[in-house]
Design a protein around this ligand. Structure first.
Ligand code: Z2T
Length: 808
């Protein structure tokens, strides 16, 4: 109560739910600060090797439940609120969802922060404090409309502004050559614009509260130069305008998940946070060291995709230009410090900045990139004389068309390890994008299959199942998920199966209420909750699911006397605002929902819902309630997937292709407990290479597919605009069906039938669901992070001293 009065400045009668959220968050934060300082101080005193996770995205979601749960004070807090007549749920619901990321890549970064802190690893996250996170999605007339996501509008109780942690970051200008004190050629970057990067720190509470790490996000501030000197009116207003423009750097997250826009502001964002982070890392290192030789023994820098890859040129610049190291020495240190994670093979998502743009925005970096390239190609030329095609593939510069810098090649060359995010993806990296580099550096590529944190994705999101698990096997699974395998034998226990079903049913009721609130649709709790939640993208094939939905709808209408297993098709996901096809697919799902849900002839046996504004908070409600998990991307295209892991851990059975981590999920849960269908990545590759795939033939030979497509194309779902879906039908037919939707349709329907038949046998279904939960232990991000720590970073746990006296 005192907290409310003194920190929020209100008395209890005037307090809103948001005020209570801020009150509770500030009280929780107070419990964290001492341990946070202890942790930081322990790292400092031990001069521990730290790992720095550089990521343009951190998809955190809400933090209140997470903090309370990891600190072990959930019940205490609930009781305190009870005494005030307040509901915990209401307070929790008042927190905005921090959506500083697009999807898998950003959420992976957030899971890694949780896992590093939970295992006592000295890990820092570095990124951008976007004022606007990923847009809020609404449906207007069934179409996606984007609204700004104003998560900071009412303040952020978790962050600490550090106005004293401020670094200059430069853009534009030119490079001057001069002779240094020993007469060597040297360079300086002059006449550049300056922006300041200001730090905001958020404590990352590890499970048990022993370790509290730091997420440091940078915010752009104008330099105060314009306050000095004399201005006439015009110059003054120009200077103020300049200030506003430079602060746009940290204004908004780019909403593209797997396509790059090549916009200058995006390049500037990447350099902005990377430069500030490197300056901060070097400052911390120099507190203990006078030479840079030990940098690789004290700092591991992980590049989350190529977004921070300009850091390789930046570290070279800092070492060579500012600290006067010799090139070869600086390069050795740089390579020993950086490692790079690749998250996609999609060609349109591989960053390639125009040389002309980098020359203009970062002139010194362009020189450094040329120098790195020249030295590398010269060395390679000596070995592979004559093979010019190979050399041009290895080059950092793509010379076909407008000259561009291949950021993936730069990241590869400047790193000591390069990893993919699932076994299949890593293999494909070696065969495709990095084929030549892999030949050149056969030990550099390694696999680190993604994982998810069991704290957020099981303990917090699914209290019903978590409590059940803990009553049977204790709570060791929370910090060591491999222990969950002890549930396997419980799959044979009829009482346990009953309780497992009860937990699932409770979650389904919660989701049904959420669906009713969000869409007005009533769904049957006893239907199969068939869930596809992820970004909207053609390669993820929401269309395949829609086509099956329409085919099932037709079958149900044709055979009204059959006793159908009721199905609820649940979709959620955002489309990039400029991705017209993905937005059209959203409209199609909404149009199909409208027709199916209001057709009395299917007797409520089929419902279709598309939930708006999918984010971490929505995922926490949807995932624990799922029966069937749709992981149906075209094989070879989904690098890993992580939603697949969250759903299986929560006892959903997967229907999926042999893509990304689905392959490893099958190995762990067993082929009998997963519905695999469709072409393999090799088959996809062969079919595309043969050029012989003809969707028209496939469609003609499959009446149910033909009927579904005909309905879409003749306007059965869009009577107000019968041509609306022409682009979709076109893509699936004359367009050549690049994602092989039609090719996999028949086998997908077979797998769907198998799932529906199995669902009739609730005991058998539950047995398999339990075996999924029990066998997903390996997919904990604790395991993933440990692999990085041991095989890439060489960092080790530190146990913070919380005695108080020793250090103070
Ligand atoms: C993203 O979420 C992913 C890859 C990207 O490539 C970009 C973004 Cl924003 C540049 C996803 C992959 O699509 C997904 O398969 C993977 O599980 C996830 O990254 C984490 O590795």
């Amino acid at each position: 109560m005192e907290w409310l009065v003194y920190s929020v400045g209100k008395d209890a009668r005037a307090a809103t739910r948001r005020d209570w959220f801020h009150t509770v968050a500030l009280a929780v934060r107070d419990r964290v600060v001492d341990r946070w300082m202890d942790t930081t101080r322990s790292y400092y005193h031990e001069d521990a090797k730290r790992v720095y996770y550089l990521s343009l995205e951190f998809l955190i979601g809400r933090l209140l439940t997470n903090s309370l749960s990891n600190l072990g004070i959930m019940d205490e807090c609930r009781q305190a609120l009870d005494r005030l007549g307040l509901s915990m749920e209401d307070v929790v619901d008042a927190e905005p969802d921090a959506a500083l990321g697009n999807g898998g890549l950003g959420r992976l970064a957030a899971c890694f922060l949780d896992s590093m802190a939970s295992q006592g690893l000295p890990g820092y996250g570095y990124g951008i404090r976007y004022e606007f996170g990923l847009f809020e999605q609404r449906f207007e007339n069934g179409w996606q409309v984007e609204y700004p996501e104003q998560w900071l509008q009412f303040g952020n109780p978790w962050e600490f502004a550090r106005p004293e942690v401020l670094y200059p970051v430069q853009f534009y200008g030119r490079v001057e050559e001069f002779r240094d004190s020993v007469g060597e050629r040297a360079y300086r970057w002059v006449d550049a614009d300056r922006v300041l990067a200001m730090a905001y720190d958020t404590p990352v509470v590890g499970y048990g509260g022993e370790t509290i790490n730091t997420l440091r996000l940078w915010s752009a501030r104008a330099t105060r130069d314009f306050n000095f000197g004399h201005f006439n009116d015009g110059a003054y207003m120009k200077a103020v305008e300049q200030k506003i423009l430079s602060e746009n750097l940290s204004r908004v997250l780019y909403p593209n998940d797997a396509t790059e826009t090549g916009k200058e502001l995006r390049l500037k964002q990447e350099y902005f946070f990377t430069s500030a982070s490197l300056q901060d890392i070097l400052r911390r290192y120099l507190q203990h060291h006078t030479s840079f030789d030990n940098l690789p023994n004290k700092a591991a820098i992980q590049l989350n995709d190529t977004h921070p890859a300009i850091g390789i040129a930046e570290l070279m610049r800092l070492l060579v230009d500012q600290h006067a190291l010799r090139w070869d020495n600086a390069w050795e240190i740089t390579r020993a410090t950086f490692a790079y994670t690749n998250h996609t093979l999609l060609p349109e998502a591989l960053e390639a900045w125009p040389v002309r743009m980098i020359e203009r925005v970062l002139p010194r970096h362009m020189q450094i990139i040329y120098e790195i390239n020249a030295k590398f190609l010269n060395r390679t030329k000596a070995k592979a004389a004559g093979d010019n095609a190979r050399l041009s593939r290895l080059s950092l510069i793509d010379e076909r068309g407008e000259r561009r810098v291949r950021m993936g090649n730069l990241a590869f060359l400047g790193s000591h390890h390069v990893n993919g995010v699932s076994a299949l993806h890593t293999d494909l990296m070696k065969q495709t994008v990095f084929h030549d580099f892999h030949e050149e550096f056969p030990d550099r590529i390694n696999n680190k299959t993604n994982g998810i944190t069991p704290r957020r994705w099981l303990k917090q999101a699914n209290p019903a199942l978590s409590e059940l698990i803990t009553t049977r096997i204790g709570q060791g699974w929370i910090s060591d998920l491999s222990q969950i395998s002890a549930l396997s034998e419980k799959a044979e226990d009829v009482v346990f199966r009953e309780e497992f079903r009860r937990a699932k049913r409770k979650n389904k009721k919660r989701l049904a209420a959420y669906i009713a609130r969000q869409t007005g649709e009533e769904v049957l709790v006893d239907s199969i909750f068939d869930v596809q939640v992820k970004r909207m993208h053609e390669y993820k094939r929401q269309l395949l699911n829609v086509l099956h939905t329409i085919a099932l709808y037709n079958e149900m209408r044709d055979n009204p006397t059959v006793s159908w297993v009721p199905v609820t098709k649940i979709f959620a996901g955002k489309a990039a605002p400029s991705y017209h096809m993905a937005k059209l697919i959203i409209k199609l799902i909404n149009d199909v929902a409208k027709v199916v849900n209001h057709d009395p002839s299917v007797h409520d046996n089929l419902k279709v819902v598309l939930l708006p504004n999918y984010n971490v908070t929505a995922a926490e409600i949807i995932i624990p309630a799922a029966d069937l998990s749709e992981q149906i991307s075209t094989a070879g295209m989904e690098a890993s997937g992580t939603g697949n892991m969250k759903l299986a851990l929560n006892g959903a059975l997967t229907i999926g292709t042999l893509d990304g981590a689905n392959v490893e999920i099958r190995e762990h849960v067993g082929a009998d407990n997963i519905f695999i269908f469709g072409m393999t990545a090799d088959e996809v590759n062969d079919l595309r290479a043969s050029g012989g795939f003809n969707p028209r033939e496939v469609i003609a030979s499959n009446p149910s597919l033909k009927r579904a497509l005909d309905m879409i194309s003749t306007g059965a779902f869009s009577p107000d605009d019968r041509n609306r879906y022409h682009p979709i039908v076109q893509a699936l037919t004359d367009g050549g069906d690049h994602f092989l939707v039609t090719a996999d349709f028949a086998d997908y329907c077979r797998a769907q039938d198998a799932a529906m038949q199995l669902y009739r046998d609730q005991e058998e279904w539950t047995r398999k669901a339990i075996l999924n939960t029990a066998n997903m232990g390996w997919f904990s991000s604790d395991r993933t992070v440990n692999e990085y720590a041991e095989e890439i970073w060489d960092v080790h746990p530190v146990h913070p001293n919380h005695d108080g006296e020793g250090f103070r």
